[in-house]
Every structure is written in structure tokens, then in C-alpha cells.
Write a protein that binds this ligand. Sequence first.
Ligand SMILES: [Zn+2]
Length: 206
Amino acid sequence: MLLNPGTVAAPARPSRVHQDRTLAAMRNGSIPGARGRVRPLTCLGDAALAAPCREVTDFGPELAALVEDLFATMYAARGVGLAANQVGADLRVFVYDCPDDEDVRHLGHLVNPRLVTADGLLFRGPEGCLSLPGIEAGVERHDRAVVEGFTAAGEPVTVEGTGFFARCLQHECDHLDGRLYVDHLTGWRRRRVLGRAARAPWNRGG
Ligand SMILES: [Zn+2]
């Protein structure tokens, strides 16, 4: 998931300066991703994005390395959330470093996440995705989300979010079920996104 650079109605979201500091901190090793490898991103049309991911059963060093790679890739692409199938890994894992509407920063990862609650008001807000670079659309999401899952060490964890962070949690859970934000769109919004994607330089013609 991506912050939308074209959005002016979101003063609470981090600035370019904030994100450059995040990149610097990652290189210093003070936040996750410092030991990770930046991997190529899969884009709309890639089969990896359209199929549900597998449950993680091995909580070993390979999983920890995947989480590091996800953080490194997400920060390099200036994203606020990234799911494993966006780097071609068929596992139920996502990472996030995302502000909510009160500018509270939420940083973490979830393994085998399960969206247990999505409620509150339905808001249509701008949403972008690292797998559809350069495109955004207004997508309806619930204002509050609760996700249960595990850490890479196998510890159970519950994450609750509101506002933009709730949007991020719903977006990333969708990825692991093989869904993209486009799947929530109908009518002209859907046609516009698919039309832009068809003309985008990253499109493989599929
Ligand atoms: Zn996405």
C-alpha cells in the first residue's frame, strides 16, 4: 500500500523528509529492513497477486529473512505496507509502517493474519498499491479493523487500526487472499484504473 503523493487533504501523512529519515534509519539498522534485500515487485497481471497465499508453518530463519526483505523493499519503494506475494513469495505475511489519521505511527509485521473485525463507517478514500505503480483510486474501506496473527517468532499478536491504518490492514489482508483494491471498484472507477494499468509502462500486456 502506498501513500498518495497527489493527495492534499491529508496533512497528517508523513512528508518526503520524514520518509528520507526512515530510509536513513533503516540503513543504520535501527529499524527493520536493514538486513533485508530489495526484491523486484510483482505488478497487476502477475499470477502471484491473484491467488490466495499459503499459511506459514515454518517459523524459522527463512521467514525472518522474508520479513526483512519485505521491509527493505517496502521502504525502497516508499510504501506503507507490503504483502509477500508482492515480491513473489507465496506465504501469508505482510509488513507495515503506516500512520493513522491521528499521525500515530504503526510499524510491524503479521504472519498468518486473519481480519477478525472490519467495522465503523465506510469511507471512500484514495488508495494506491505498489503493484499498480503510479495509479490511485477512491476505495471504500471500514474505518476500523482488527487483525489477529503471529509474529515471525510465532507469538500470537492482535493489531487494531483506525482511519488510514485500518485501510492499510484491510488492503494487505486482501493481498494475501489474492485480491487487489481494483476488485472493490465498480463502474467508471474500475474502468479508469484498468485503463490506466493497460497503458502503464510496467504492464506486460496481460
Ligand atoms: Zn497493495
